[in-house]
Design a protein around this ligand. Structure first.
Ligand code: DX5
Ligand code: ZN
Length: 215
């Protein structure tokens, strides 16, 4: 699959409604919402009220990326706020298997995110339970960073595990993605590209999203 999820972290929040409408008009498949708590990552972004507002305006499913500690405490609220996919970080979940079930019991898609230093092999015993795996290709917490090259190798290893374990999980990659990087990621078996600054800082975001889709 070749899916694109613009990250609204890079959007102009002064006119968030217009930015969401732009995505509605585009070929984007999802809207990526980066929730940061200032503890799990060294930055604070937005929370439940913004996700709720975005879901009321969006015609695309919401892909909610929780960069927070103890995500299990907030999963129900984010589902009620309109999340279609909830991603929790492997590094933030002591009882990951239980947290994945908690998400799935709400009738939405469950996803786990790995920081750049966390090996994909750690997902061996939960991969069959997952709808998606998110690989961070930057250190989480900020947009506009450089892509970490080792992510290509991790994506290939993850794809191999997914096929070997007969999992239906999709692979999403997040951080520092542009056309050149996106093309290589799709060739590594990646399904979804998250992109913030490359789309929102471009002259014509709708055209940029279309170019990513045509890769
Ligand atoms: C970073 C976030 C990313 C970020 C991507 O922690 O998870 O989603 O917004 O932004 P770019 O595409 O600018 O790297
Ligand atoms: Zn993200």
């Amino acid at each position: 699959m070749k899916l694109v999820a613009p990250s609204i972290l890079a959007a102009n929040f002064n006119k968030l409604g217009d930015q969401i409408e732009m995505i509605n008009q585009s070929e984007a498949d999802l809207i990526h919402c980066d929730v940061m708590d200032g503890v799990f990552v060294p930055n604070i972004s937005f929370g439940i009220p913004i996700v709720q507002a975005v879901s009321q305006l969006s015609k695309k499913p919401l892909d909610v990326h929780l960069m927070i500690v103890s995500p299990e405490k907030y999963i129900n609220e984010f589902q009620e706020a309109g999340a279609s996919i909830i991603t929790v970080h492997y590094e933030a979940c002591t009882h990951l298997y239980r947290t994945i079930q908690q998400i799935k019991d709400l009738g939405i898609k469950a996803s786990v995110c790995l920081n750049p230093h966390t090996p994909v092999a750690l997902l061996e015993d939960v991969i069959s339970e997952l709808d998606m795996v998110l690989l961070m290709s930057v250190n989480p917490g900020f947009g506009g960073q450089l892509f970490i090259e080792n992510t290509y190798r991790k994506a290939i290893a993850l794809k191999e595990m997914i096929l070997r374990k007969n999992s239906s999980a999709l692979i999403e990659v997040d951080g520092g993605i542009n056309l050149e990087v996106g093309k290589k990621l799709y060739s590594c078996g990646v399904d979804i590209l998250v992109t913030g600054s490359f789309v929102f800082n471009s002259e014509n975001p709708i055209e940029t999203i279309a170019e990513l889709k045509r890769l």
